[in-house]
Design a protein around this ligand. Structure first.
Ligand code: CP
Length: 302
């Protein structure tokens, strides 16, 4: 496993090996070991061609905690603006002896294409509407920590499934690990062909979907990927698919809510519930740091 491009590369053994790294790093950090040498002498290049707060910052901090030299390449100030291709950009960076290239790109398949061309470890930090594998891993770790298991859990993913790379990676990984994954959203935002996905139920009515679920993952509406309107108004979307107190009351007492972020407050989740007592959103963010440390280590050693 030179690269981490897709959750399809993870079997149960690999997933739990990375989980061991994750727990080890998290425990060490909480015990004050905030400077480690796992990546000393290695370089990490962060190449984000789409905006990011959580993913880019956690990959940067994770690399620095592990002792790597971390360099941020911003597409807006790089020679991409002069018309240089992605291929030439990455070959140029590799010629400077990059060990890890973390790539986010609007084009589905870009990290897989680049991984074939370079010796560096390539990590997919989100490609178009295709995959966001490290997000799926941190989501699974967060569920595992909170619930003690994944197998048998009823997990619901709500919202813009059609445009969501998080949904694709989450559905695949969580169902492979034994969860019963259902989806819910307006018909216009559900993929037409669901055969490739292992989905328990498809709902269009959130009130029907909520009562027996253990985990509910709300997705951001990806307005930047919608070339035409997929719903009549944000207000109508929020009424039909947004989380509010009435819907919290319908859920199981121990059900939790998640969101990969950034949240459109008042649309996917009512503002006061974003960090409420059911929410694991900040746990997801924190676990993103240790997950990315664990993935660097796994790729280095395997
Ligand atoms: N979850 C996620 O990918 O967030 P960012 O776009 O802020 O990295």
């Amino acid at each position: 496993m030179k690269d981490f491009i897709s959750v399809n590369q993870l079997n149960e053994r690999r997933f739990y090996q990375i989980y061991e790294n994750f727990q080890d790093f998290k425990n060490k950090y909480k015990n004050g070991e905030t400077k480690l040498s796992t990546l000393r002498g290695y370089s990490v290049l962060l190449t984000f061609f789409e905006n990011s707060t959580r993913t880019r910052t956690s990959f940067e901090l994770a690399g620095k905690i592990l002792g790597a030299d971390v360099v941020n390449i911003s597409s807006s100030s790089s020679s991409v603006k002069k018309g240089e291709t992605l291929y030439d950009t990455i070959k140029t960076l590799e010629a400077m002896h990059s060990d890890f290239i973390v790539l986010r790109h609007s084009m589905s398949g870009a990290p897989a294409l680049i991984a074939k061309e370079v010796k560096s470890h390539v990590i997919n930090a989100g490609d178009g509407a295709h995959e966001h594998p490290t997000q799926a891993v941190l989501d699974a770790f967060t569920i595992l920590e909170k619930k003690g298991k994944i197998e048998g859990l009823k997990i619901l993913i709500v919202g813009d499934i059609l445009h969501s790379r998080v949904a694709r990676s989450d559905i695949k990984l969580l169902s492979d690990l034994g969860a019963k994954v259902s989806i819910c959203g307006p018909k216009t935002m559900l993929p037409r062909h669901l055969e490739p996905f292992d989905i328990d139920f498809v709902y269009t009515d959130l009130d029907h979907a909520l009562p027996d679920k253990d985990v509910v993952i709300f997705l951001r509406i990806q307005l930047e990927r919608q070339k035409k309107p997929f719903f009549s108004s944000l207000n109508e979307y929020s009424i039909k698919y947004g989380l509010n107190q009435r819907r919290i009351n319908m859920m199981k007492d121990d059900a939790v809510i998640m969101h990969p972020g950034p949240v459109n407050r008042g649309v996917e989740i009512q503002s006061e519930l974003v960090y409420g007592n059911r929410s694991l959103i900040l746990d997801q963010v924190e676990n993103g740091l240790f997950t990315r440390m664990a993935i660097y280590k796994y790729l280095l050693e395997n």
